[in-house]
Design a protein around this ligand. Structure first.
Ligand SMILES: NC(=O)c1ccc[n+]([C@@H]2O[C@H](COP(=O)([O-])OP(=O)(O)OC[C@H]3O[C@@H](n4cnc5c(N)ncnc54)[C@H](O)[C@@H]3O)[C@@H](O)[C@H]2O)c1
Length: 284
């Protein structure tokens, strides 16, 4: 299906109140889709939804905390009531917590894994009935990160969580293929968004404040100088995304110049195969 056929179809975007999610919401609305903008920051979700309706689209802001299973189910029920369908689900929320592996606290890990991994799993589970009940094109997009290909120090909890999403998304694609529901993993590199600020604001009080040390940021940038310059705006990052979702591409690289580093990684995996085949080839 071409993107021209999208008018009137329903897109749901979590983390739609800011950054990549807000840029996605605008792209989808420009294609004529009706958009549910879900975010823990309700005023921002409302601002995005209003800007879409001001442009002549149909949109609704829906509060959700993707760190909370009940909140996700409530949001799915509200979207079902308002739109009665779901063609495109973008499970886009992700939170960031800098820190070296020996400094990250149990609360840090609990929060990052709960929101980024369980939050995504629960979001997909909550919206699957709507996807299954909708005719025509259906697609799930999961926001991972370039960090899974080119890990940097001090981002261990985040990179672990986004790597889990790759395993989850690749399995989900296999399991839903028979139902013609596609799955795309999106790998943005760095973007100029409110990610650190919005992450800190969304962290539950009971888990203590999110600690951000300049030293961690500097160490991360120094450890990964090639990717440090890969920064785009969210609007640039979503350019070209929608046609790839419509084409059910398994992976989308939004931007970034880390192709050589990824090739070097593949070379190391190949070398491991070579050693295995040379050292442990089955005896004739
Ligand atoms: N900014 C980057 O450099 C970068 C790079 C790679 C991947 N990503 C990923 O892109 C996605 C979007 O991030 P962004 O950069 O647009 O950040 P952003 O801060 O601009 O947007 C994230 C939105 O998620 C919302 N949010 C946070 N926790 C939530 C929760 N528990 N429930 C519901 N909403 C919640 C925030 O309120 C915010 O509106 C994330 O998954 C992030 O991990 C970001």
């Amino acid at each position: 299906m071409a993107t021209e056929g999208l008018a009137g179809r329903v897109a749901v975007v979590t983390g739609g109140g800011s950054g990549l999610g807000a840029a996605m919401a605008h792209e989808y609305a420009r294609a004529g889709m009706r958009v549910a903008v879900l975010d823990i920051d309700e005023p921002r979700a409302r601002d995005v939804a209003s800007s879409l309706t001001d442009l002549g689209g149909e949109a609704d802001a829906v509060p959700v905390d993707t760190g909370d299973a009940v909140s996700i189910r409530d949001a799915a029920a509200r979207v079902a009531e308002r739109f009665g369908a779901c063609n495109l689900l973008c499970a886009n929320v992700g939170v960031q917590q800098f820190g070296s592996l020996d400094a990250l606290t149990d609360d840090d890990w609990t929060w990052v894994l709960t929101v980024n991994v369980l939050g995504t799993v629960r979001t997909v589970a909550a919206f699957l009935p709507a996807l299954r009940g909708t005719d025509g094109w259906r697609q799930i997009a999961i926001t991972a990160s370039s960090g899974v290909f080119v890990p940097a120090i001090r981002l261990g909890a985040y990179t672990t969580s986004k790597s889990a999403l790759v395993g989850y998304g690749d399995t989900l694609r296999l399991e839903l293929a028979g139902e013609d529901i596609g799955v795309t993993l999106i790998f943005p590199a760095g973007m100029m968004t409110r990610h650190l600020e919005s992450s800190a604001a969304a962290r539950p009080e009971g888990l203590g404040a999110s600690v951000l040390r300049n030293e961690d940021i500097e160490a991360m940038l120094a450890s990964s100088p090639e990717t440090a310059g890969d920064i785009a705006t969210a609007e640039d990052a979503v350019r070209g995304l929608l046609p790839q979702l419509v084409a059910n591409e398994p992976y989308v690289i939004t931007h970034g110049g880390y192709r050589d580093q990824l090739a070097a990684h593949r070379t190391r995996v190949d070398a491991a195969f070579d050693r295995m085949e040379q050292g442990r080839a089955p005896q004739a």
